[in-house]
Write a protein that binds this ligand. Structure first.
Ligand code: NDP
Length: 433
């Protein structure tokens, strides 16, 4: 704590991992001697830089950029860029730390990193976003490379931003190095199914969890938070598997639609018109928009928090349990507070932590890197099949790892132990670096 003051989210993420590693570390006394945990919690490198840019009126703005290159024992640093106002180092470090274990779980040879800036793309013109991205990449490019560090999108960074970032990287380096960024457009090196991958993968993970109890998603009431990239495609896959998705949210409130959300309308409102959820409720008879309480007050059997960190708090978990929730899987990174996780696990709810449940996005990014390296383009079906295989294997690895400690239902223990072993063995084998 003293070494990393003012970084509560990073402390929270490290605490969660170390708590479940105590029994794991007893099996490997040699790791203590090699100070493996002490090395694991210290980033290999972190870069903080100035990002000056001008708005459409010619006014100068100065933002702060970050890239935390946390661990490359398994492969090049891999993890998204987040553009949100107020972003700080502690948030980027928490995300990069989580990414180490998530990426290890995919088994696809990628290390952990994360980055971003305290820049708000909302309300900015395309030209402003382009100038910001160009300035951001002008510094960041010297730290990147397909074998070094490969960023992707995250909150506030979609295909538009990746396009501007990639264009500037190409101009600065005079190289068409497609594998340096993932989340690219389909026509210029992007992978089919990358946009859908995180949401689809999360629903695939829930299906696997339910199957351990002989259940599935057909006819189940599902509620999720957010209405961005992860949420929209989680809704799409859940509906395809027969679930009734009845509520979702954005930062202005939540909408309840007992007939089941109209995904086409929701996509139009969110992706095309870039409007708030009220616009959905206005256009859809029977749907109600609310700003009181929380989306988790809506009774459901499956809850998928897909918005942001620490949004599902203890009282929300208590309500979910009271209303009979059976499974909660994190589409977002660390959306449940530690107290909420405690309530869910205590009640015997199947709980899938983000580092396992939302790993489908980064797994498909790694598949995009493979396609770039071999100059191939796989079909949507082929990519989705590979994604499903990766998610099933992550699920199986979690159950096996947790089962070795007598807790096969404990996906937190399973994900942390399985991810840790892969990274720790590589670090140990590679010596004191
Ligand atoms: P988006 O920016 O596309 O969507 C985020 C959504 O969450 C928006 O609808 C936003 O609403 C909403 N939101 C933000 N804060 C709140 C809040 N406090 N309460 C309710 N809703 C809120 O981001 P993504 O969908 O890409 O990412 C969501 C989460 O998933 C993040 O934690 C991200 O790190 C994680 N993730 C994303 C991956 C990806 O492939 N995109 C991969 C793995 C994890 P509004 O528009 O009003 O701000």
């Amino acid at each position: 704590l003293r070494r990393n003051p003012g970084e509560p989210e990073f402390h929270q993420a490290v605490h969660e991992v170390l708590q479940s590693l105590a029994p794991v570390l007893r099996l490997r006394p040699e790791y203590a001697e090699a100070k493996l945990v002490e090395r694991l919690v210290e980033p290999e490198r972190q870069v903080i830089f100035r990002v000056p840019w001008t708005d459409d009126r010619g006014e100068v703005h100065v933002n702060r950029g970050f890239r935390v290159e946390f661990n490359s024992a398994l492969g090049p640093y891999k993890g998204g860029l987040r553009f949100v106002p107020g972003l700080g180092l502690g948030t980027v470090k928490f995300l990069a730390f989580e990414q180490i274990f998530k990426n290890a779980l995919t088994g696809l040879g990628i290390g952990g990193g994360k980055g971003g800036a305290d820049f708000d793309p909302k309300g900015k013109s395309d030209a402003e976003v382009m100038r910001f991205c160009q300035s951001f990449m002008t510094e960041l490019h010297r730290h990147l490379g397909e074998h070094t560090d490969v960023p992707a999108g995250d909150i506030g960074v979609g295909t538009r931003e990746i396009g501007y970032l990639f264009g500037q990287y190409r101009r600065l380096t005079n190289r068409h190095e497609a594998g340096v960024l993932t989340g690219k457009g389909i026509g210029w090196g992007g992978s089919q199914a990358r946009t859908e991958a995180t949401g689809y993968g999360t629903v695939h993970f829930v299906s696997e969890m339910l199957a351990t109890r002989g259940q599935n998603l057909d006819g189940r009431r599902v509620v999720l938070s957010g209405s961005g990239n992860v949420s929209l495609f989680a809704i799409e896959k859940a509906q395809a598997l027969g679930a009734r998705v009845i509520a979702c949210s954005d930062s202005s409130g939540y909408v309840v639609d007992e007939d089941g959300l109209d995904l086409e309308l929701l996509k139009e409102v969110k992706l095309e018109r870039r409007q708030r959820l009220t616009a959905y409720a206005d256009a859809r008879p029977g749907a109600a928009f609310s700003t009181t309480g929380s989306v988790y007050d809506v009774p459901c059997e499956i809850a998928l928090p897909c918005a942001t960190q620490n949004e599902l708090e203890e009282q929300h978990a208590v309500t979910l349990v009271k209303n009979g929730v059976q499974a909660v899987a994190e589409g977002a990174n660390m959306p449940c507070t530690p107290d909420a996780v405690g309530v869910l696990q205590e009640a015997g709810v199947l709980y899938g932590p983000g580092k396992a449940a939302n790993a489908g996005g980064v797994a498909t990014s790694a598949l995009e890197m493979r396609q770039n390296a071999s100059r191939e383009s796989w079909t949507f079906e082929e990519t989705e099949t590979r994604l499903a295989t990766v998610m099933s294997s992550i699920h199986a690895d979690c159950v096996t790892a947790a089962g070795e400690f007598g807790e096969p239902d404990d996906y937190v223990l399973g994900a942390n132990a399985a991810g840790f072993f892969r990274v720790a063995e590589a670090m140990h084998a590679q010596g004191l670096v």
